[in-house]
Design a protein around this ligand. Structure first.
Ligand code: MLT
Ligand code: MN
Ligand code: ZN
Length: 305
């Protein structure tokens, strides 16, 4: 199983268009050792020609050009994207569906009933897409923890679980999220049994999250913020990480402390532009390195099995 990181940044990307925090301005000025990051998305492959797009970011059009395997060129209009899986209904994970409107047939989209509900009401992307070829919704039962396969990628089993989090601002469940507003996925390479646990938005630890993290050979896990109050601290916004459904790397129940308990390869992903770990020369980044924790970057390739 192969995973290509199309976008390793959180909502807004890095640098964010209107942000002059030390990271964003440092990257623009060329004084910060780091690299630009587009918004949160993966492409997953089982060795065949077809790929599963996991989250569709607003940066999708440019991201696809960075992964040549996604455009096999077999016909005038073609793509290797066989289906899309969406882990929450947030703008950074869904807006790229609009970029796929030129698809020549109905696009299979895997998401939970709660995500489907937001994407047909508060942020009605799927309704708009019905005026094009439309999507073929394939419901994901995360509450029932029902494993499934995408028929075009028979080498991979997907195991969905509910994650503590927040519903998007346009959801009627904003501060009372349903269990399936945010999900995590373990991708299992069926030939080798190797497991990759993906949770780009993790608002808390449940027994189930711990179990999936413990069993994972690779963890691709919420790296949004270093500190819960980082946005306020940088004068960027007044929301805390917890209010947005993201656990910070430090503080109470901090990600660093938690990750120490797991033996798999640990990679932080969905990194906000304010996070000091983006600076490769920062003390925070050195702390991660000492703990054996990696920071995802655009174009990163992960292979298991
Ligand atoms: C989040 O992950 O909390 C959201 O994507 C934030 C946003 O982009 O508005
Ligand atoms: Mn996000
Ligand atoms: Zn910034």
């Amino acid at each position: 199983m192969k995973i290509f990181v199309l976008g390793s940044g959180a909502g807004g990307g890095f640098p964010q268009w209107n942000c002059n925090c030390p990271n964003c301005s440092g990257l623009r000025a060329g004084t910060l050792r780091s690299s630009a990051r587009t918004q949160s998305s993966l492409a997953v492959n089982d060795g065949g020609e077809d790929w599963l797009l996991v989250n569709a970011s607003p940066d999708l059009r440019a991201q696809l050009e960075t992964c040549p395997a996604l455009q096999p060129g077999r016909a005038v209009r073609d793509t290797a994207i066989a289906a899309v899986l969406i882990v929450d209904a947030q703008i950074d994970h869904t807006t790229g569906l609009m970029t796929l409107r030129e698809h020549t047939k109905r696009l299979p989209v895997y998401c939970t009933p709660s995500v489907h509900s937001d994407l047909t009401t508060g942020y009605p992307l799927l309704t708009v897409l019905e005026h094009f070829r439309g999507v073929d919704w394939r419901p994901v039962d995360a509450v029932g923890r029902k494993p499934f396969r995408v028929p075009e990628l028979p080498g991979i089993e997907l195991q969905p679980i509910p994650l503590p989090g927040e519903a998007p601002p346009y959801s009627p469940r904003r501060h009372q999220p349903a269990e399936d507003d945010t999900i995590g996925i373990t991708f299992v390479d069926r030939a080798s049994g190797q497991r990759v646990f993906y949770a780009p938005g993790l608002g808390g630890w449940t027994d189930l999250v711990v179990e999936h993290a413990r069993q994972a050979d690779v963890l691709l896990i919420d790296g949004t913020l270093w500190k819960d109050d980082e946005l306020a601290d940088r004068g960027a916004a007044d929301k805390t990480g917890r209010e947005m459904g993201h656990l910070a790397q430090t503080g109470d129940d901090g990600m660093l402390e938690r990750l120490a308990a797991f033996s798999g390869r640990k990679i932080l992903i969905h990194i906000n532009n304010t996070n000091p770990i983006l600076d490769e020369e920062s003390p925070e980044r050195a702390k991660l390195e000492a703990a054996g924790i990696e920071v995802a970057y655009d174009g990163m390739e992960i292979e298991v099995g």
